[in-house]
Design a protein around this ligand. Structure first.
Ligand SMILES: Nc1ncnc2c1ncn2[C@@H]1O[C@H](COP(=O)(O)OP(=O)(O)O)[C@@H](O)[C@H]1O
Ligand SMILES: [Mg+2]
Length: 202
């Protein structure tokens, strides 16, 4: 089982990933919480490059390829082995983040970015993607350590939000959208309401 949290900065992805891991553990299943960009030693090094202020002027294409390179390693070294062991993999951001930020908001094209990541990962798609939806102004006010991507314009963050909602609307079987403006415990309850039936099917 491969579950991904997507959403803007400060929408609560890391918080919810940890909360879901606790619920999965309580059922006697083994959760593996991981994140992107990063999640494997090489991918964490690429993450440092991507988020570094010194990378401010890299071409959008180079940035997109760095994300894809990190993802290729993360999937091969961490996610696929965990899935093969039968763990429940919970990932904080995945392909849709690239599709929303680089594909939609930066204008590189959603399909092109998706194709790149599908090639990089051997086509590994999540069983369920939870989109945590919140006004970017609220999310950014919550997020403390502002990095390069978090300092993008308001319009950029609005485009990212619209992209995630569009992906979810196009494939309701594989997505759920949870309003992330409510308290974290309530967000977690709604997430669990969608995940619990999937866990029972296992
Ligand atoms: N539902 C919520 N309501 C209020 N604050 C929240 C909520 N979820 C998370 N937070 C807080 O907002 C900040 C960002 O949350 P985090 O989970 O790191 O978001 P993300 O990983 O999506 O950037 C953290 O300080 C966290 O404790
Ligand atoms: Mg986070």
């Amino acid at each position: 089982m491969f579950i991904v949290f997507e959403g803007g900065e400060g929408s609560g992805k890391s918080t919810q990933a940890a909360q879901l891991a606790d619920a999965v553990s309580a059922l006697g299943q083994v959760p593996l919480v991981t994140r992107e960009p990063g999640g494997s030693p090489l991918a964490e090094r690429i993450r440092d490059i991507i988020l570094d202020d010194a990378s401010r002027d890299i071409p959008a294409e180079a940035e997109a390829l760095l994300f894809a390179a990190a993802r290729a390693d993360h999937v091969a070294e961490v996610i696929r082995p965990a899935l093969a062991r039968g763990d429940v993999v919970i990932c904080d951001r995945y392909i849709d983040s690239s599709a929303a930020y680089q594909g939609a908001a930066r204008g590189l094209g959603v399909q092109r970015i998706r194709d790149l990541s599908m090639w990089a990962t051997g086509g590994l798609a999540p069983d369920l993607t939870v989109v945590l939806d919140v006004d970017p102004a609220v999310g950014l006010a919550r997020a403390r350590d502002a990095n390069r991507l978090e300092r993008e314009s308001r319009e950029f963050h609005r485009a990212v939000r619209a992209a995630f909602l569009g992906f979810a609307a196009a494939d309701p079987d594989r997505y759920t959208v949870v309003s992330a403006g409510q308290p974290a415990a309530e967000v977690g309850e709604q997430v669990w309401r969608r995940v619990a039936p999937l866990m029972e099917q296992r």
